[in-house]
Design a protein around this ligand. Sequence first.
Ligand SMILES: [Ca+2]
Ligand SMILES: [Ca+2]
Ligand SMILES: [Ca+2]
Length: 1012
Amino acid sequence: MKTLWAAVIGVVICIFFLDIMTAQEQSKHLVPADKGLTPETMKKLYERGREKLYSGEDLDTIGMPVGGIAAGQMYIRGDGTFALWQIFNRQVFTGYGADCYTTYRPDSPVDSGFAVFVKKGGETSAKILDRDFGRVVCSASYPIASIRYSDSSFPIRARITCSSPFIPLNAKDSALPATMLAISLENRSDETVTAGVVGWLENAVLIDSATAIHALRRSRIVNEKERTLIVHTAEKAPLPEGTAEPRTKIVLADFESPDYGQWIITGKAFGKGPAKGTLTSQQEVSGFLGKGLVNTFLGGDGPVGTLTSPSFEISRKFMNFLIGGGGHAGETCINLIIDSKVVRTATGKNNEKLEWYFWNVQEFEGKTAKIEILDKHSGGWGHINIDEIELSDKPNKGPVGPIEKLPDYGSMVLALLGQGASSHEAQTLLEAIGDRDIKLNAEQDVSYPVTERRSTALTTRAIELKPFSRHTFNFVLTWFFPNHEHGHEYATRFDSATRVAHYLVDEWSRLTGDTAKWYRTFYADSTLPGWLLFRLHSTVSNMATGTCQWWENGRFWAWEGVGCCEGTSTHVWNYAHAPARLFPELERRAREMQDFGQGFDPESGLVGFRSNRAYAADGQCGTILKAYREHQMSADNAFLKRNWPRIKKALEFSIERDGNDDGLIEVSQHNTYDINFEGPNTFVGSLYLAALRAGEEMAKDMGDEQFAKRCRQIFESGSKLSVERLWDGEYFIQLVDLEKHPKYQYAKGCLSDQLFGQGWAHQLGLGYIYSPDYVKKALRAVFKYNWAPDIGPYNAVHKPERWFARAGEAGLFTCTWPKSAFIEEGVRYKSEVWTGIEYQVAGHMVWEGMLREAFAICNGVHQRYHPSKHNPFNEVECGDHYARAMASWGVYTALAGYEYHGPKGHIGFAPRITPENFSAAFTAAEGWGTFAQKRDEKLQSEKITVRWGMLKVESLAFAIPEDFDVAGVTVTLDKRVVKSSHTLKDGRIEIKLAKRQLVNEDQTLEVAISRK
Ligand SMILES: [Ca+2]
Ligand SMILES: [Ca+2]
Ligand SMILES: [Ca+2]
C-alpha cells in the first residue's frame, strides 16, 4: 500500500512539474538566439591551420580504421598499436545510443607489436613502440596514421606510418583484408649504431572457437621471394594421445536426484532441486537426458542465482555438457573456475533446446576446479538450461561443424619486405624485449593446441645507422577469414592471407603511392581549413569497419552502425554521400542488387527499406535520388538503361502515395525517426519533390518525354502547395491533426531535416524545389532554433532518449518547438543530436552560402569528437561508425559547389569559400584530381588537373561574380587550345567544348575567363 501511495504522489509531482516546464518553455525557447560566435572564433575556423598532433592521454581514445573496406575492422591506436581486431566475422553491436557514446581505449584481444632493437658492444637493448616508449606523438588523418616515438635515453627515433590501401574509384584495391606499415628509424646519437626492428603477431585463428574445438594452431616463418612471412593457420588435429583408448568418462552431474546434492545454491532462480523439464509458461525444453536438468526459468526470467559445484580434479582431456537457454555472456552461463579465475565460459543461444558443447581442458589436467552456473539476468532469455556434465577423453559433438567452416577459421600473416634475420638471431633479440604475458617465439615451424596463446616474431636484419641517418623497414599485415555468412568479396580474389600478403608486397609501390597521392591531393593540395578536411574525411573510415560488408556475390551491404539494424537501410543511407562519390561502383551494386534487386517488389514498385517488403517514405524517395546520383557518377548511360524501368516504377510508387498528383503526400509516412509522419510535411515532401525532379531528368536522359512531363507537373504543384500550406512565416511545418495522431508528429515544430530534399537537389544539380527566399529563411530558422552552442540547458529540461552530446558541448537538435508548446509525445529522437543530420544541414547551408553557420555546426561535431573525449573516427548513433555520419561528404562537395554528370561529360564548380584562391580534390566517374580557381580584377582561371585515372569533359560550368563582364574564354588542355563556346546567366558561366576531351593522368584542363 505504502509503495502504491508513493507512486501516486510521484505521478502528481511529475504532472505538476510538467505544467511549470511548459509555461517556462513557452515564455523562453531554451536554445539561445545568440550563438556566441565571435569574429575571432570564426576567423580561427576559416584558417588553413597546421596538422594536428596528439599526445598524452589523447592517444588512448584514438582508433583509426586501417583494414580495407568491408574487410572487418582493425584499428591503429594513437600510440601505434593495433586494436579491436574484428576480422573474425563476429558481429559486435556496441550498444544502443549512450552505451557507445563513452570515453574508452579500444581493446586489443590479439597480441601484436613492434620493437626497435639496438646492439652496442655485446649488449642488445630493445624498446617496444607503444605509449610507454617515451614521447609519443600521433597525427592521423584518414586513411594515413603516423606515430613518432622518441626518448632521450634511446639513440633511435622511430616513426610508424600506417594505412590500408585507399584509392578512390579503385574499390578492389581499397578493400583488401590488410594494412601496410613503414617503420623508419633515425639515429639521433652522434655515433653509428646497429639497429633493427622486431615485429610479432599472435596466432588468433579460431580465436572465438578455440575452447570448444579440438584443433592445432600452426605458425611458420617462411622466406620466399625476398620477403619474410609469419604465417598463422590452424588445422584439424588427431585426438590427443590417450584418446584412442579413452579412459571411462566421469559424469560430474546428471541432475537426476531430487536435490542438487553438494552443489551450493544462492538466489531463487535454481529452486531447491533440478527441474523436471519444461516449467510454467516456458517454451518446450528438450534435448536433456533422463528426467532432470538445471533450468532457471523457475518463476520466469525474473529470479537470479548461482549454482556452484564442489571441487573436483580435471582428470580427462575434455569436458562435455548440454546447454540451452539465454545467450547473455557472463550472465546466463556456465563457467569453469580454476584458482578463482574463469578459464572457460559458455552461454545458451536463446533457444530452449539443450545441445552438446565441450571444452578442451587438456592444459588443465591434474588441476582442481569448480563449475559455476550463473543466472544474473532478469530480462528476456534471462535463464540457463544445463545437463549431463562429464569429464571425458573424447569430445562430444560440439555445436560447431568442421573447423574449416567456422567463422573464425582462416589465416593471418605478418610479412617483412626483405630478408629477415635467422631465427637463431631472432631468439636472442626476443630476450631483449623482456617478459611478456604471451609466449613469444621465433621458431621456423611449430604446432600447438588451439587453446594455447602464442605469438611469433620476425626480425629485420640489423643495419648500421650513421649519426642522423635513416632507414625504413616495410611490413604488411594481412588476414583471410572467408567464412562469413554471405562470404567475402576478397575471398573471390585470394585463397589465403599469404596470397594477400604477396599481392601487397608485389604491388607495394603502386598501392602506397596511390594512397599517398590521394592523401596529398585531399589534404595538402587543398585551401580548405585543415580541421574541416580532417572531420569531413574521418567518417569515410566507416567503410573500413564492421558497418560495411562486400559479399562474395558482389553485393555491397551495410548495417546502420556496427552490428545493428540490418539491410543497408534506405533511409539512413539517404544521408551518406561519401561512398557514392569515392567508390561509386559499390553504391551502384547496392542499388542494383538491393534497392532494384532483392529488396524491390516488381508488382508495386516498393523498395523495401531493409531489403525486405517494408515501406519507408523517405527511403523510397531517396532511392530515386541515389539512382540519379549513381547515374551521374557513371561513365556512361549503361547503369540508368539497365535500371530505368524499376527506377520509374519506384517513383510511381511514391506518386501513388501522393494519390492525386498534387505533389503532397498526405498518407502515413514511415521514416528514419522510426515512426510515421501523418499529413503533408517538407521532410518527406522535399525528398519527394527532389525525386520528381530527378525522375524528370532521368526520363529525359532515357527519352521518356511523357513521364518527364508528368514528373514536372506534379513537382510544380507540390512546390507551390507546400509553400501555401506548410509555410509558417519562418520555416516549414507539418500539417497534421494532433487529435487524431497525438504521437510522433512535429506539427508546428522546427525540424532540422525539413529541407533534406532541397540539400539533395543541390547535390544533384537539380536547382531549387521551393523558392530560394523560403529555403534560406527556413535554414536560418533551423540554425536559430535548433543549434545550441551548449546543449546542456535544453537537454536538462528536455531529456533526449539517447545522449550523443553532453552539457557544455554544441549540437543541433532533431526538432524543437520554438513557437508552440513542446510536444512530449512528438517526433521520436526530437531532443537528440545526430552528426548525420548536422552534416546534412551544414552541407545544405554551404550551398546557400551560410558558411558561418555550417562551420559552427561542423566544428561542434569536431569538438565533441576530440580525442580527449571520444575516438575522432567513430561517430556513433545506434552503434559505432554510424553510416549516416558519411553525410559529411555532402559538406565537402558543397564547399566546392561541385556538379557532375559523367555520361554527359559535364563538370562544374562554384567555390563557396575563398573563390579568389580555391583548391580542393574532386572525384568523378573514372578519375580524380585537383580543382583550382584563382580570381582577380582581370582574370578568373580554372585548373582541373587529373591525378589518377581520367576525366571526360564536354561541358563546364563555373560561378563568376555578377559584375564580371566577360571579355573572352580560353580553354586549353595541356597548353593546346580547345574550341569552345559559352553562355552567361545569373553569375554562372557555362562552357561547351566543340568536342569531348579526354583529360588523362597528370594533364590539366585550363579555363581562362578574362574580364573586360
Ligand atoms: Ca539429466
Ligand atoms: Ca533469471
Ligand atoms: Ca496528394
